[in-house]
Each structure stands twice: as structure tokens, then as C-alpha cells.
Design a protein around this ligand. Structure first.
Ligand code: COI
Length: 354
């Protein structure tokens, strides 16, 4: 892929690394790549970060053909730049795009684009503890028109944002509302994709949870509202007695990169891991009896989010006395240790940016 570069005339001042928050500052440049049905992918370029002009009839604004990804770049203790399993994001975006009838970007071009932009913007990778450069690739329909059909033009863009912890309180237990009215996804729908529409549809439950004093929503399956699937915008895992349980990937759950990595680490440590249907009744009973030892959400943005309390139909159960569990902490330390280059990359997950 030939990538043209247009350098910004003035560069921004870098934000204070001790107060980055999540997704508030954006770097000087972005990557842009266009696709149309005649030329295919063309005009790969790094250009100054700037607004994108669109016709008011641009199809993404009406019918939401949009997908995105999330991954991070890290600086290791020697100052080298590295990515974590970018090939998985590339593959997932292709799968998302297939489902939404959008143009598919070859996986090696996705990785090359991420790597080239990160290298170009490497001065923006923060070095303070618990910080990284969050990478947000996304694609959307750019054809103008109001007839409903797959668009014949798309734009693939990557923007970068230096980030601290996703939650201002850092890795600390949160209170979770088990949602029994709204659903996130059904089998046959778009739950396994990372499309903006999934997130728009989730907001009503999020608002409801917050109104009740909860941080996040635990989603139940869309057909029976019986089996636990995901938490907020993350996958979720439970330590019940000595077994780690998480929902299986059957179409309605996002195939998370962090989910996959943690399951691999847990199996390597010799834990029993079950990817199976877990009913909310079984979960609440495990909470009541104390069999539920720990619970945590997993995602690229937050890495791990310990769950300290569940509320279902008015009943509350505490998990591990609302403290971050030992296994939860160990998983966080191990995964971030690999990502920040402080622990050996036993599973060959690190992609060095050269
Ligand atoms: C991620 O964990 O990277 C996500 O995409 C979650 C979110 C910020 C939407």
C-alpha cells in the first residue's frame, strides 16, 4: 500500500499525562483510505487531523453502515513501540463489515495502516504508568442517497488518542445492573460485530442503570432474557468456586481480544474455563451462597473492570465484599505486563512497530 503524507502546518501541544482521561485529546494526524465500487481501495494517506466534510444525504447518517475497532499502542521500558494482537482487530473488522454489507479491508492493510500512523505519531504515546495510545479505526458509508441499499462508497479512517484509565477511579469494583427489559443483541443480529448501532441501542439501558445508581449494565440474552452475555461494552467472566465461566461466542456476543487473551492465560495457568450459557438464576444463587468468588469485565479500553455488586429485580448481591479479587488483579497485572513489555510475551501477541 502506498501511503502519502501531508504534514500538519502546526502541531498541537501535548496534554498533561497525569490527567488524560479517556478519548479527550487527539493527535496531529489521521489516516484516511477511500473505497468505491469502481476503483476499490485507493488514496491511502496520512493527513492533518481535521473535520470530515459530508453531504447531508451521506448514507451513514441515515442507515448507520458504520463499524469500528479499538486497540492500543504501548511504549516498552526500552522506549520501543508495540501493538497488541492487531491482526485480531483487522479480522474482526472484516467480519463486522461482511455482516453490514460494507467494503472489506484486507487484514494486512489494516495492520500496515495502524502501524504506519502510530509510528508517525509516536511522540504522542504517553509514558506515565497506566497510559497508552488508544487507536480507533473506523469505517463508514459515504455515498449520498436516501434509498436503503449497501453503499457503493466507504471511508476508512484511523484516529489516535492518548489515554489513561477508562474509568476515572481506575481498576476498582463497579456496581452492575442486570437489565431485564432492554436487550443488546439477538442471534442472527449484529451483536458479534463492532458497529456503532449496537452502542446506540445500548444507551437507554445504560441511562436506566445510572439512574438507579449503577455504573454498567449486565445484558441478558435477547430471546429468553435468561442467560448472561456481556457487561456494558465489555465481555464478562465469573469465578464460580474454582471455575471461570463466560458466555460462548454464538453470534450475539462480541469476540473480544481481551476476552480471548484472558481465557488463554487462564487455561495456561491451569484454571478450569467454561464458555457456556450461565443463567441469571444460577448466577444470583452463586452470589447468595458465596460460590461466586469474583467477576470482571474485559475489554481493550478498560482492560479489566472488577464487579463488586450485582442487582437483579431489586435483589442485590455483593461479590468479594466489593473488593478487587485476587485473580482479577493477577489477570490485570499479567495482561498489562505483557502489553507494556514488562513481562515475557509467551504467547507471541506483541507486534513491534519498526
Ligand atoms: C474497547 O474496549 O476498546 C471498546 O471498544 C469499548 C468502548 C470504548 C466502546
Amino acid at each position: 500500500m502506498e501511503i502519502k503524507v501531508e504534514r500538519a502546518k502546526t502541531l498541537k501541544e501535548k496534554p498533561d499525562q497525569s490527567n488524560l482521561g479517556f478519548g479527550k485529546y487527539f493527535t496531529d494526524h489521521m489516516f484516511v483510505y477511500d473505497w468505491d465500487s469502481e476503483k476499490g481501495w485507493h488514496d491511502a494517506r496520512i493527513v492533518p487531523y481535521a473535520p470530515i466534510q459530508m453531504d447531508p444525504a451521506t448514507m451513514v447518517l441515515h442507515y448507520a453502515q458504520e463499524t469500528f475497532e479499538g486497540l492500543k499502542a504501548y511504549r516498552d521500558p526500552e522506549g520501543n513501540v508495540q501493538l497488541f494482537r492487531p491482526e485480531m482487530n483487522a479480522k474482526r473488522m472484516r467480519n463486522s463489515n461482511k455482516r453490514l454489507c460494507m467494503a472489506e479491508l484486507p487484514e494486512e492493510e489494516f495492520v500496515e495502516a495502524v502501524e504506519t500512523l502510530v509510528k508517525y505519531e509516536q511522540d504522542w504515546i504517553p509514558t506515565a504508568p497506566e497510559t497508552s495510545l488508544y487507536i480507533r479505526p473506523f469505517m463508514f458509508a459515504t455515498e449520498p442517497g436516501v434509498g436503503v441499499h449497501p453503499a457503493n462508497k466507504y471511508k476508512f479512517v484511523i484516529i489516535l488518542t492518548p489515554v489513561g484509565n477508562y474509568y476515572p477511579e481506575g481498576v476498582a469494583p463497579v456496581k452492575i445492573w442486570i437489565e431485564d427489559e432492554f436487550v443488546r443483541a439477538v442471534k442472527g443480529g449484529t451483536g458479534f460485530t463492532k458497529c456503532g448501532g449496537n452502542y446506540a441501542g445500548s444507551l437507554a439501558a445504560q441511562v436506566k442503570a445510572e439512574e438507579h445508581g449503577y455504573t454498567q449494565v449486565l445484558w441478558l440474552d435477547g430471546q429468553e432474557r435468561k442467560y448472561v452475555e456481556e457487561v456494558g461494552s465489555m465481555n464478562i467472566m465469573f469465578l464460580i468456586n474454582d471455575t471461570v465461566v463466560t458466555a460462548p461466542l454464538e453470534g450475539s456476543v462480541l469476540p473480544g481480544v481481551t476476552r480471548d487473551s484472558m481465557l488463554t492465560i487462564l487455561r495456561d495457568w491451569g484454571y478450569k474455563v467454561e464458555e457456556r450459557h450461565l443463567s441469571v438464576d444460577e448466577l444470583m444463587e452463586a452470589g447468595r451462597t458465596g460460590a461466586l468468588k469474583e467477576a470482571w469485565g474485559t475489554g481493550t479500553a478498560a482492560v479489566i473492570s472488577p464487579v463488586g455488586e450485582l442487582c437483579y429485580k431489586g435483589e442485590e448481591v455483593l461479590i468479594n465484599d466489593f473488593k478487587t479479587g485476587e485473580l482479577t488483579q493477577k489477570l490485570y497485572d499479567t495482561l498489562t505486563g505483557i502489553q507494556w513489555g514488562k513481562l515475557p510475551d509467551k504467547f507471541n501477541w506483541i507486534h513491534k512497530v519498526k
